[in-house]
Design a protein around this ligand. Structure first.
Ligand code: DC
Length: 657
């Protein structure tokens, strides 16, 4: 399973320059392709969805040239309203992935372009309805065939038959993209058509966006409320020369929410109060939840309220995408948050109402799900699911659940789905929402790292993770359950389900004190064996990362810096000569009244060192960026002081012992 673990955040602060809007980028690409003249599109989003549109345009014979930065030059074909021969290649088989906007708008445009085309997508795209759009296009003479189930993609399109219709009706209550696609396509048949919307129009701001952009490309649509839209007779698209794509307002929602939950201020740059995107309305929703929100021409900023966020009830018709972010913000708000009028969520990348309800419940929230609403009551006690948040190949689910990391460790499964609209989302999120710091100390057995790490943690007032104890506990649990140390599957299952409580001076395994028992030499050897099993290491990963909490963590082990906390602020490789280590262990055991031979200890230690450093799964070695600390000649206090110095935490901030 592919996942990303997002550690608990210490807070959020800073500024993010947003990638270009997906909705604007895809509309701009298509309009520029249809217009007469060449258009320089600036700040175009680079993502899976926009790549689908660019690839489709290329397959249609439209020239799109990258010209540096995120700019593209598109040579328009000059669609002239004759309804035929619009694109240089009159035939194309287009694969559009799960890009809804690209699919709906291209269906309408190609229906009036006079050629032979196929449009298909991923299996989910073939479950997203398009029948209402096809009906109205057919009414206008389009020749479209459903290749699979009636009403759904894939589609094949043949040249249109001439029909003289001046007024048509389209359903508005399934997807606003039907209306947007139709309006964009009408100039291709010469305009002069008025469109009446049946049912309540969903996602109105997206239609507004379409109208504003058509106007920028020379076609003014007359609008009578949200009921009737008329594309004038003889309308043709003309290039505006250059067109700047605004930052993505839906993507902005995650960062504004981070500011509202994590302290702030967090500023997003690239959208502002005059934005043409409906999702800027998300800022108003945050304000209703008591967040402090400010905006300028090219920025919006959110800060957490002094008394925390409060739950709200909101009609989300105009912010369908950003409203998903509110569902996760609700985990941090007082009382219930109810999101109404979100039926369109059911036909998006996945059934978003069902998916969000499932995933929110994993955190302990109480969720009531209706046909067109979601009501969320935050958890009394947060749970953090080790199995992770499932993302359903839906970029927005992956992004909005990153916000749960303000409460604790969050695992996001299949995180690469964010590439649909925001390929480097997690890196951007980490820049404004920093996790709690970690000092990662690795080294061989008996190097003294345990004692040094525990003391450093106490001095800093931070949490302490003795990761070796988890491997020892696994070995002890296996021994007690009669499972062979080499039985990878069963030992890993045990490791995943260990019932452990770490106290100040105690370690309880299923309620029984085992602090002494896990230090036994047989368990030391067993721990080294089970630690070589990749599934055991994987099973213990989430548990180890969950130790990272306020105000920080000191962790010791073999792979703290390389695998468990690769982003640790301070990494130390702590060692001592094998003789010094054998002598230290000998002294410990003699003091406990256990008689051993120093030669045996030396031999065992060399053997264990070899196994820990030669195994293929996370072998012990000084990782990149780790500082080397040889304690052969150092006292414990000297070693601790060296680490505190390297940790970057000022001495005055260290806790008194
Ligand atoms: O640090 P320790 O001696 O308590 O560790 C016990 C065993 O677990 C040792 O053989 C190395 C292994 N271990 C590991 O592989 N990875 C860690 N992070 C910690 C310990």
């Amino acid at each position: 399973m592919n996942f990303i673990d997002l550690p608990q955040r210490a807070g959020a602060r800073g500024a993010v320059r947003l990638p270009g809007s997906k909705s604007i980028s895809n509309r701009a690409l298509l309009l520029a392709a249809l217009a007469s003249g060449s258009t320089e599109l600036q700040n175009v989003l680079e993502s899976d969805d926009t790549k689908r549109m660019v690839d489709a345009l290329k397959a249609l014979g439209v020239s799109t040239m990258p010209i540096g930065g995120n700019a593209l030059r598109v040579e328009g074909v000059g669609a002239n309203g004759s309804g035929g021969g619009v694109f240089p290649t009159g035939e194309a088989d287009l694969f559009l992935g799960n890009a809804g906007t690209a699919f709906r708008t291209l269906t309408a445009v190609l229906a009036f372009s006079g050629g032979h085309y196929r449009l298909r997508g991923v299996p989910r795209m073939h479950e997203r309805p398009i029948g209402d759009l096809v009906d109205v296009l057919r009414f206008l003479g389009a020749n479209i065939t459903f290749e699979g189930n009636a009403g759904y993609p894939p589609l094949s399109i043949a040249p249109r038959s001439r029909v003289d219709a001046r007024a048509v009706r389209v359903r508005g209550d399934v997807s606003s993209q039907f209306l947007s696609g139709l309006l964009i396509a009408l100039p291709l048949i010469g305009g002069g058509v008025s469109v009446e919307v049946e049912g309540e129009l969903v996602s109105k701001p997206y239609v507004d966006l379409t109208l504003i952009m058509m106007a920028r490309f020379g076609v003014e649509v007359a609008r009578d409320g949200w009921r009737r839209f008329t594309v004038p007779d003889g309308a043709v698209y003309r290039s505006p020369g250059t067109f700047l794509v605004e930052g993505d307002a839906s993507s902005a929602s995650y960062f504004l929410a981070a500011g509202a939950i994590g302290g702030g201020p967090v500023r997003v740059e690239g959208v502002g109060k005059n934005s043409i995107q409906g999702d800027v309305g998300f800022a108003d929703a945050l304000r209703e939840m008591d967040a402090v929100v400010d905006a300028g021409d090219d920025w919006v900023e959110a800060t957490a309220p002094p008394d925390g966020l409060k739950g709200i009830r909101l009609d989300c018709n105009s912010i369908p995408d950003a409203a998903m972010t509110l569902a996760v913000v609700a985990l941090f708000a007082r009382g219930e948050t109810r999101l109404d009028n979100i039926a369109s969520w059911r036909v998006k990348e996945t059934d978003r109402i069902a998916a969000m309800a499932n995933e929110l419940e994993k955190f302990g929230a109480r969720v009531v799900e209706g046909d067109d609403f979601l009501a969320i009551t935050p958890p009394e006690i947060f749970r953090f699911p080790p199995e992770g948040v499932d993302t359903y190949d839906d970029h927005r689910i992956a992004m909005c659940f990153s916000l749960a990391s303000f409460a604790g460790l969050v695992r996001i499964n299949d995180p690469s789905c964010v590439a649909k609209t925001f390929p480097d989302y997690f890196a951007c999120f980490a820049r404004v929402a920093e996790p709690f710091p970690v000092v990662a100390i690795d080294g061989p057995s008996a190097s003294g790292k345990g004692t040094v790490a525990a003391r450093a943690a106490a001095k800093l007032g931070w949490a302490y993770l003795d990761s070796g104890a988890l491997y020892r506990l696994t070995a002890l649990a296996a021994l007690r359950a009669g499972i062979r140390f080499s039985d990878e599957e069963r030992v890993a299952a045990l490791a995943a389900a260990l019932d452990v409580t770490f106290g100040e001076d105690s370690i309880l395994l299923s309620g029984e004190e085992v602090g002494e028992a896990i230090r036994d030499e047989a368990i030391s050897s067993g721990a080294s064996e089970v630690a070589a099993l990749p599934s055991v290491r994987e099973a213990l990963l989430f548990r180890q990362r969950a130790f990272r909490c306020a105000p920080g963590l000191v962790a010791d082990g073999r792979d703290m810096a390389s695998v468990v906390f690769p982003d640790a602020q301070c990494k130390v490789f702590l060692t001592a000569s094998v003789y010094a280590r054998a002598r230290r262990r000998y002294k410990q055991l003699i003091e406990k009244g256990i008689s051993v031979k120093i030669d045996t200890l030396l031999h065992d230690m060399e053997e264990r060192d070899a196994r820990d450093s030669k195994r293929s799964a996370a072998p012990l070695r000084q990782s990149e960026g780790a500082r080397f600390l040889d304690t052969t000649e150092l006292s414990i206090e000297e070693a601790v002081d060296r680490i505190l110095d390297w940790s970057g935490v000022e001495n005055s901030k260290c806790a008194k012992e």
